[in-house]
Ligand binder design. Structure first.
Ligand SMILES: [Zn+2]
Length: 145
């Protein structure tokens, strides 16, 4: 006798085959850039958008402080930017430094009398326009403190 599937069994098999295959949907941030699914689940935005959102919390003058901190100004050739990474804050700069610290671009260092040193983070170096090599150098300077 030739084995034949009953009508009922064929119907069940057809239903089983209709199960949707896992969908490999490309993950995109709201800005349109592709981003790892894990990144979007955890942070809702791509790294570039999160960085931009943090930059948006700063005011124009804050960048002057950051650039000065890293020697990343027109007074120094760009190849030397990052030769220093410290800034002894005076009262006038404290609001700018608060915003830079809150944004993750700067961290507070040691006190000198009633003043405090501040140092650029890796993201601060990036924001100031340092190359990866210059940023690494600027961050290495901190290990000596
Ligand atoms: Zn994005």
């Amino acid at each position: 006798m030739i084995y034949d599937l009953s009508r009922e069994e064929r119907r069940h098999r057809a239903i089983a085959n209709e199960k949707p295959a896992p969908v490999l949907r490309p993950q995109r941030c709201a800005c349109g850039k592709a981003a790892p699914a894990k990144q979007l689940v955890q942070h809702q935005h791509c790294v570039a958008c999160l960085f931009a959102a943090r930059v948006a919390t700063l005011q124009d003058d804050d960048l002057d402080v950051l650039h000065h901190m890293l020697g990343a100004t027109g007074h120094h050739p760009q190849s030397r930017w990052g030769f220093r990474n410290e800034y002894l804050a005076n009262r006038r700069d404290l609001l700018a430094l608060e915003r830079l610290v809150a944004g993750g671009f700067v961290r507070a260092g040691t006190m000198l009398l009633d003043l405090r040193y501040f140092h650029a983070t890796r993201d601060g170096c990036k924001l100031a326009g340092l190359s990866a090599v210059a940023a690494r150098h600027a961050l290495e300077l901190l290990h000596e403190h």
